[in-house]
Design a protein around this ligand. Structure first.
Ligand code: BYC
Length: 314
């Protein structure tokens, strides 16, 4: 048997990626690729799970039974997404306990967007329309990411997110067709969620430290700025249809570029939020830590049951 040098292994690894073949858990991979995939997939998983909190806030206050059932189903879907993604991260040689410890200690990030409060029912519409809308644009690209378990998880997640986006848009449409106060609620939600939604795509390309490598490894097939622009181009006509105004005086169709020009994103706010100082960061982490501690008896019971079955079978 011939032993390959590390240069040879690296060359073959990159060739496989360049040929659009998936990297699978047991394949040889560059250590930095493994670490970055753990970083991204786990942050994505944490976002799904933390993302349940702002929406969960409205389960008991949904305006009618139909809305409550749809919201419950959506939140349950997010839990499922978190679980597929934690499983995908575990295939890279890290345990679920380690991943959760990174979230609870504040070491691992989760999406900036979930550190804002959901103040009115219209926020549930705006989250579905804008947050799930932004997430889909990013995740459709990630369906072709080079790490097999991540790319496959994305396929199902995208189908479910499309439903969530429509559910959110329909809430906005109902409010916008309602009375003046309801339309005002929809406008207020758009005012508060617009800029944080644009930040979901990450810093501008020139300030994105991971982009070059993530592109080389074909995790990112489009850049943060390209995806953000696609989102804006898609959402502006939807806001027009709803009859509400995007809170950006610089937003304007550009005939030459065939895209919307838009105003300056407040990156100080973004970095402040992702460092842990957003309006709800502390509340979100506290809720997750408490849920984890209160769920200990369930994990213990499941482990005891699995051991009992294993001993019986032996
Ligand atoms: N929020 O070099 P960059 C959902 C960090 S949930 C926080 O561009 P990268 C839903 C970034 O991590 C869907 N942090 O990084 C759930 C890095 O810091 P570290 C959530 C952000 O990785 C429930 C630094 O900034 N989607 O849909 O190349 C209810 C430099 O950035 C953010 C995902 O998680 C941010 N927005 O690109 C409803 C998508 N942006 O790690 C809905 C998966 C950047 O060095 N992730 N940072 O400490 C990705 O696609 C990529 O990681 C990103 C960033 C595009 C987000």
């Amino acid at each position: 048997m011939t032993t390959l040098t590390s240069e040879e292994l690296e060359r073959r690894f990159q060739e496989k990626i360049d040929e659009n073949q998936y990297i699978e858990p047991k394949d040889w991979m560059i250590e930095k690729y493994r670490q970055n995939m753990i970083r991204q997939i786990s942050q994505h998983a944490h976002s799904e799970v933390v993302g349940m909190l702002p929406e969960g806030n409205w389960i008991t206050r949904a305006p009618n039974l139909r809305r409550k059932v749809a919201l419950l189903a959506k939140i349950q879907d997010e839990a499922g997404h978190g679980l597929y993604l934690y499983s995908a991260a575990e295939t890279l040689g890290i345990t679920r306990e380690e991943l959760l410890e990174q979230l609870h200690s504040g070491k691992a990030k989760y999406s900036n967007i979930f550190n804002y409060p959901t103040l009115t029912w219209a926020d549930i519409g705006a989250v579905g329309w804008l947050v799930d809308g932004a997430a889909i644009i990013n995740q459709v690209m990630l369906q072709r990411a080079s790490y097999g378990p991540y790319a496959r998880a994305m396929v199902r997640i995208c189908r479910e997110e499309s439903f969530h986006q429509r559910q959110g848009f329909e809430i906005m449409l109902t409010l916008c067709r309602g009375n003046a106060e309801q339309k005002e609620m929809a406008q207020d939600a758009l005012n508060r969620w617009w800029w944080p939604s644009l930040m979901m795509f990450g810093p501008n390309d020139k300030d994105s430290p991971h982009s070059a490598e993530m592109a080389k490894w074909r995790v990112k097939r489009e850049t943060n700025d390209e995806l953000r622009q696609r989102f804006i181009d898609r959402v502006v006509p939807q806001a027009d249809f709803l009859g509400i105004k995007i809170p950006d005086s610089k937003l304007k169709w550009n005939e030459t570029s065939q895209h919307y020009d838009f105003g300056q994103i407040n990156w100080d706010e973004f970095y402040n939020v992702i460092k842990g100082n957003g309006p709800c960061n502390r509340e979100r982490l506290k809720a997750r830590i408490e849920a984890h501690e209160q769920g200990k008896w369930v994990r213990d019971a499941a482990t005891a049951y699995a051991n009992k079955r294993k001993n019986k079978a032996a």
